[in-house]
Design a protein around this ligand. Structure first.
Ligand SMILES: [Zn+2]
Ligand SMILES: [Zn+2]
Length: 567
């Protein structure tokens, strides 16, 4: 995390705790404002010579920024934190609870953490609280249950950079020859339990020592000759297994899983009078037939190499030929992105330059529509103006095609947030649900169906609106939607942002089976968001997506023809 983002988060936390503590609105807003200014800052805040030149940053904020840059903390925040029950911050993780409600729960109901909140719901006390309706209480109860399931796993967007950093560091240690992560991370799941790392080395002691004293380790759980396990500051557990170089492939396959896949492959080995385990594939005379690479193991069993993302114990062993799953390099365009016109951080020109850097032939500018007030959505008048600015930029910038688009809200009843004659002026229309994400399944189906069938809509953006670990999103009848998407030639999005990954893997699989096209987009609001594309690709691969079914892999002419299609 860059220091700007880190520091912005500290100021946001400051504002939250101030609000819980009952501070005055002026003070709270001042902290929120400073957080925004720092987050929007392009240069590193440590490099800003005159902090007072930043808008809204007063004397006391400057002192706090300087203290943080120097010491990595702000004492006043520590004091403030000590003044409230620690569990109140956990309550802030519950969807639907803001600082104001958390303060009321604390002051009026003695609710100080998640267990006391559960008690207050269970014994009916919460119902006696003024301005607390049954619907709100049932929403809070749902969020609590969801949080419990979700909190045990880490999003891939958090786990992957940690795993890669550990691997890069350990690879530099003397004696280490091979090192890779395995488990659900290698299979590209959207959330991960523990990080599993496999390594071969001629100096196992040195490797174990380096691993257990790695920066960020707060507890060593196991310290053995071939296995070590540690807990990191962020709460994740990382396991390291030191294996024989000759058995690396067998171990990698074993620890990559999934369990279901391993069982199927083991059973296949038994049928062929062989035995497969984490050390290798052995024939009836206990002679090792293969062990060094995964490929050799699969081939000796008469199988094609199976990519980790589809090792889920489904139909992967029955494949005559391994599908050519989509890869990062196949993506040639990003069709859902934001600029400073709504809630993005980049100008049209900056967005186009970023897309060029990634080697794309096309970028679509799809800012929010008028109902997304919190995201500074565009009024029809502003959109008209925006379209002409995009067209102008498209003419001026060479080497990239810039499409004028919109991410138009799908209202709860399926109506779109702009009139058709305005939508018709756009090159591309992404229609997304942003509100009423708790509506019942049949309403959600009717709502999304209407958008899919709308002749001016090209892509349904993040179709369920889920946010991993925070809200489950809509639960429509997906087979109905995918059949309609195929019939209307509307693409369903995999939103690559690792908080979303929406559609999810299994839904991608079902969409393709139904004949629908897929679009993978970063939904970029800042330059770094383009880096999240890899998570969208992993999700796509888990859904068995091949490039020809993904509109982002189309050449420019093909894409242009597809956009001009009639429903
Ligand atoms: Zn959106
Ligand atoms: Zn968006």
């Amino acid at each position: 995390m860059s220091v700007n983002r880190e520091l912005a988060k500290v100021f946001e936390k400051f504002a939250t705790i101030l609000e819980i503590s009952g501070a005055n609105a002026f003070k709270i807003n001042a902290h929120i404002k400073v957080a925004r200014v720092i987050e929007d800052l392009v240069e590193d805040i440590a490099a800003v010579e005159d902090l007072s030149s930043l808008p809204g940053v007063g004397k006391s904020s400057i002192a706090k920024i300087k203290e943080y840059l120097k010491t990595g903390e702000i004492k006043e925040l520590g004091v403030l934190l000590d003044s409230i029950p620690a569990g109140l911050l956990d309550l802030m993780q519950v969807q639907g609870l803001g600082p104001k409600t958390v303060r009321r729960l604390w002051q009026e109901m003695n609710v100080v953490d998640i267990p006391t909140l559960k008690e207050a719901i269970a014994d009916g006390r919460l119902e006696s609280m003024p301005r607390m309706g049954m619907k709100t209480i049932s929403n809070i109860a749902d969020s609590l249950a969801f949080l419990e399931v979700a909190s045990k796993r880490t999003r891939i967007g958090d786990a992957m950079p940690i795993a890669e950093m550990i691997i890069d560091t350990l690879l530099a240690i003397q004696g280490v020859s091979k090192i890779e992560f395995a488990g659900s991370l290698r299979r590209g799941k959207d959330t991960i339990g523990d990080i599993d790392i496999l390594a071969t080395t001629t100096k196992p002691e040195l490797l174990a020592q380096s691993f257990c004293t790695f920066e960020g380790v707060i507890k060593v759980l196991v310290r053995g000759d071939t296995k070590c396990a540690v807990r990191l500051v962020c709460g994740m557990q990382v396991d390291l297994r030191i294996v024989e170089e000759n058995a690396f492939g067998a171990a990698l396959m074993y620890f990559t899983g999934s369990k279901e896949h391993n069982i199927m492959v083991r059973e296949l080995a038994i049928k062929q009078n062989m035995k497969l385990n984490e050390y290798g594939l052995f024939d009836s005379t206990e002679t090792c037939v293969a062990s060094k690479t995964e490929r050799s193991l699969y081939e000796n069993l008469g199988l094609q190499y199976i990519p980790p993302e589809i090792r889920e114990g489904k139909q992967e062993l029955a494949l005559e030929e391994t599908p050519k799953l989509i890869q990062l390099k196949d993506i040639l365009s990003d069709l859902h992105d934001h600029t400073i016109a709504s809630d993005g951080h980049l100008t049209i020109v900056e967005l186009a330059e970023e897309a060029k850097k990634r080697g794309f032939h096309t970028i679509a500018v799809t800012d929010h529509s008028q109902s997304s007030v919190q995201a500074n959505g565009l009024s029809p008048e502003r959109l008209v103006q925006h379209i002409s600015e995009i067209k102008k930029a498209n003419e001026e910038i060479s080497g990239i095609n810039i499409l004028a688009g919109s991410e138009v809200d799908i209202h709860s009843d399926g109506r779109l947030d702009y009139e058709d004659d305005l939508l018709a002026q756009l090159d591309i229309v992404v229609a997304s649900p942003h509100s009423a994400l708790k509506q019942d399944s049949s309403k959600a189906t009717a709502r999304l169906l209407k958008a899919i069938e709308h002749p001016l809509v090209h892509i349904i953006g993040h179709p369920t609106g889920r946010v991993i670990g925070k809200r489950p999103g809509l639960d429509p009848d997906m087979p109905t939607l995918f059949a309609a998407a195929a019939a209307c030639n509307t693409a369903m999005e995999i939103n690559a942002n690792s908080w979303r990954l929406d559609l999810r893997d299994t839904q991608v699989h079902a969409a393709i089976d139904a004949g629908a096209l897929i679009s993978i987009n970063t939904d970029a609001h800042a330059a770094c968001d383009f880096d999240q594309l890899r998570y969208g690709i992993l999700t796509a691969r888990r859904g068995w997506l091949t490039p020809e079914k993904c509109i982002n892999c189309f050449s420019f002419d093909h894409l242009r023809a597809w956009l001009a299609r009639s429903c």
